[in-house]
Design a protein around this ligand. Sequence first.
Ligand code: BG6
Length: 300
Amino acid sequence: MKTVDRLRKEFQVDAISFSETNDEIINIEVNNKYAKACICLQGAQILDWTPVNQKPVIWMSADALFRKNKSVRGGVPVCWPWFGDHVSNPAFPAHGYVRNNTWELKKTETLPDGSTRLLFIFPENDEFKAYWPYKMKIELHVTIGEKLQIVLKTENLSDGDVTLTEALHTYFNISHIKNISVNGLNGCQYLDKLDGYSVKEQQDNILVKEEVDRIYINTPDEVCIYDSGYKRNILINKSESLSTIVWNPWKVKSDLMGDMGDDGYLGMVCVETANAASNAVNLSAGQVHEMSVEYKVECL
Ligand code: BG6
């Protein structure tokens, strides 16, 4: 039986349906009383979350490529077990291994309030072991409701300590980059990737007027994207995450990337819930760590 048919048989409930691209990439569509959403089995990457009567909250590039083992440009890529380049081997895939590979859907559930919850696990495989020789259990819990809740759960099943970095690399859909500010990081220190990782301090709310690529460290749990064009705040509330990455590639880098779409950078900003740089997570044997985030729209 084809995987997509098996998934339909096992997990299809009223709010959930499955589709498959020509390249055998399987998408899971959720449509409940709160929102519609789409999650790709490859990377367990959320591609869409659009609450009822709202513009999409998650940005997807108009030129996104849906290819095997390639992260889709937009959505919520899951970067694990390293964020950015691998610390000692630049030949390893950027942003870790799991964002480009297929996860397994383990459970779907309708919660008492009508929200839909999906549980994904990342299966062990030999290729991954070559990159990451530790025994770990990795789960992604996604709840689609009035809020979008994402929990990335890691359990260290190996005998010793393991250090990792990670990010929920969310691309947010905004009315226009000139209409937004990222609020809540005032006074935080950041590593400026565009200036040799030099350490700087954020003064005031963040306005994006050029390429920005920053790892904010020791950040508070609440951050907000204020959008005067869509007359809304996107409220971001995280836990067990000490870093926040703010990224916009601007025009020159977007053109080089080739999958950002024409002027796509003007309609997106990445605000990533992460543990990166000096906020790397150290897990002792048997320890469980749950980095999570909730997104909510507040109309203005
Ligand atoms: C951001 C990084 O998180 O992701 C940037 O800070 C990087 O440096 C960006 O360019 C996109 O990465 P990728 O691998 O998806 O092109």
